[in-house]
Design a protein around this ligand. Structure first.
Ligand code: ADP
Length: 147
């Protein structure tokens, strides 16, 4: 959850959407991001003219970082999040329903399994990721999807 999501009171709404989808929450906390972390996190846009504005925005308020598990979860969360430019994002997606900006777009979502692994290591200690059984899984997946 980016600063706009926290400031606009959308944390519960976004968590609710991910929970209702059937995803499993395995870690969550609030934190402030500093310039060094943002430079690393947004290394792929660090040379863009809009990066200083993004870095300033991302430090304007605490964020909520969270880790979700599920089958093909990276793709599922990207779909639920919607495209970067929120005012053009698909209706029904988080950005499509809840935001207008290309920068203040409520959520960040990892774009690949490899990136997710790096981002989890960036924001969490291993012991902050919790392993537990989610009872509703038998109603979220069929048996072969759980193997
Ligand atoms: P996404 O968050 O959808 O994966 P990118 O990785 O391309 O998008 O960009 C990272 C973030 O940088 C975006 O979520 C947004 O906050 C910001 N950003 C991207 N493009 C622009 C832009 N043209 N102007 C301002 N901010 C931008």
């Amino acid at each position: 959850m980016k600063p706009d999501g926290v400031q606009r009171g959308l944390v519960g709404e976004v968590f609710n959407r991910l929970e209702k989808k059937g995803l499993k929450l395995v870690a969550a906390k609030m934190m402030r991001l500093d310039e060094a972390v943002l430079r690393e996190h947004y290394s792929h846009i660090a040379d863009k003219p809009f990066f200083p504005g993004v870095a300033q925005f991302m430090q304007s308020s605490p964020v909520v970082v969270s880790v979700w598990e599920g089958l093909e979860v990276v793709q599922a969360v990207r779909l639920i999040s919607g495209i970067t430019k929120a005012r053009a994002a698909e209706a029904g997606s988080i950005r499509g329903d809840l935001a207008m900006s290309v920068a203040c777009n409520v959520v960040h979502a990892s774009d690949s399994v490899e990136t997710a692994a790096k981002e989890i290591a960036r924001f969490f200690k291993p012991e902050e990721l919790l392993e537990y059984d989610k009872g509703e899984y038998i109603h979220v997946y069929v048996a072969e999807e759980l193997e």
